[in-house]
Design a protein around this ligand. Sequence first.
Ligand code: BES
Ligand code: MN
Ligand code: ZN
Length: 498
Amino acid sequence: MSTIKISDGIIKDDILVVGISSKSGKGALQIESGDLALDHKALIATLNDMGATGKNDEITRIPGTSTRLVIFTGLGKAHSTYSDETLRRAAGAAARSLAGNTSATFALPASTPSAVKAVAEGAGLGSYLFDQFRGSTKSAQKSPLKTITVYSSLVSGADAKALSLHAETVSRYTNLVRDLINTPPSHLTPASFCSIISDAVKEAGGASIGLKVSVMTDTQLKAKGYGGIIGVGQGSANPPRLLNVSYTPKGIKAKKKYAYVGKGITFDTGGLALKPALGMEAMKSDMSGAAAVCAATIALAILKVPVAIEAWAPLAENMVSDTATRPSDVITIYGGKTVEVLNPDAEGRLVLGDALVKAQEAGDLDAIIDVATLTGAQVVALGTRTSAVMTNNEEFSQHFMDITKISGEAFWPMPLPVELRASLDSPVADMANIGERMGGMLVAGLFLKEFIPDELPWLHLDIAGPAYNESEPHGYTPVGGTGVALRSLIEMAIAAGK
Ligand code: BES
Ligand code: MN
Ligand code: ZN
């Protein structure tokens, strides 16, 4: 985990990161070093000789004069100002390329405090390595940057401290989400997920910062009627859990109370609707939503945000065995709704049903947000980098879309058309767990909507594609777990506390 500071003092690092962009038409380069003055002319000549183009994710290294090395990171087309997300990605790509080095100073064109924050976040998010499960190849791995300095005269004193704490916290808890996703199911079970989160809560300060963890075991879940979590988990030797991380602001009155609910399938084989072997390994990421909601809650406590958060993670392993749920079995979700399980591979909605009902039990929520790697249809509809948002409250969804401009995460609104609801009717139970195949992401959303009253603002975030990067690293995003949704959950709570 890197430490991040913001300063416009003398540059002590041997490595300087600077932006370059391409001016339209002439194919000419433009150097974008923000508040740092540089001899652009000489540098541009060298960059042209090197064949630099300034496109996104392009890194060009040249020996420096005042620093030993200058890293140019592409910003794409030249603009008078760059979006926060462009800066976040450019800083991230540079940080990734700097693995193996200790420290670097980032001088990028950040002209607002939120742009400075984006640079700091991007540099932190690009500094990630997952080597926990390496043995003989461990020493060959390059460690990420340890110290990041963002060169800026825009913020100083307490403001600079607050921004760097935010960026450090976002980076630390994104990395926790990524670690949880990348941890193989041999080592990440519902029970071990709970202990990793409990340890993270303790390390963050636990009760002293308003955090509390509680875990319901499979025995307790069975006794209390959590038929979704039990039904999905009953085929596995690793019994299910329901994890609750709660944050109550310390010494300040909470302005609002939100529930965050995340799908926590530690491995999804599809159950008796067994998935094909090709690509099944990616289903270790099926707990990405659970990781995001728990990590966001810890981060919000560290940032002392004046909003109460109840995070719920229904955790189960969806396995194949003689005790697994059979297609046509009927289960009873917590609270009494019965569901005919026509397809045991549509398991996320079953565990979420239990958790959504439980989350509302106290009856004091201002909003509820669920996060889930719920459907393959999400990936078909929006691809691997754009997540979906569905809702029962257009205004709240629009507010969320505005917040994603701050977080920089790509989401897109999707409808919940009423006419698809009938396809979930079951001849024997209150509902079936699958319906019309076309528009499968929306059908899954409609299933969840059955557990939410119209008056409670609700968002359903389907992150199936973006949660796990199976192709190349890009910007601040590594291969494997990405940590998507965490920043938007954090920014939503910050906005609610204002
Ligand atoms: N975990 C999967 C969804 C998924 C697919 C996540 C691809 C990430 C990448 C989910 O449990 C699932 O299997 N959904 C089924 C639902 C279907 C049976 C109605 C699907 O999308 O195929
Ligand atoms: Mn499934
Ligand atoms: Zn799943």
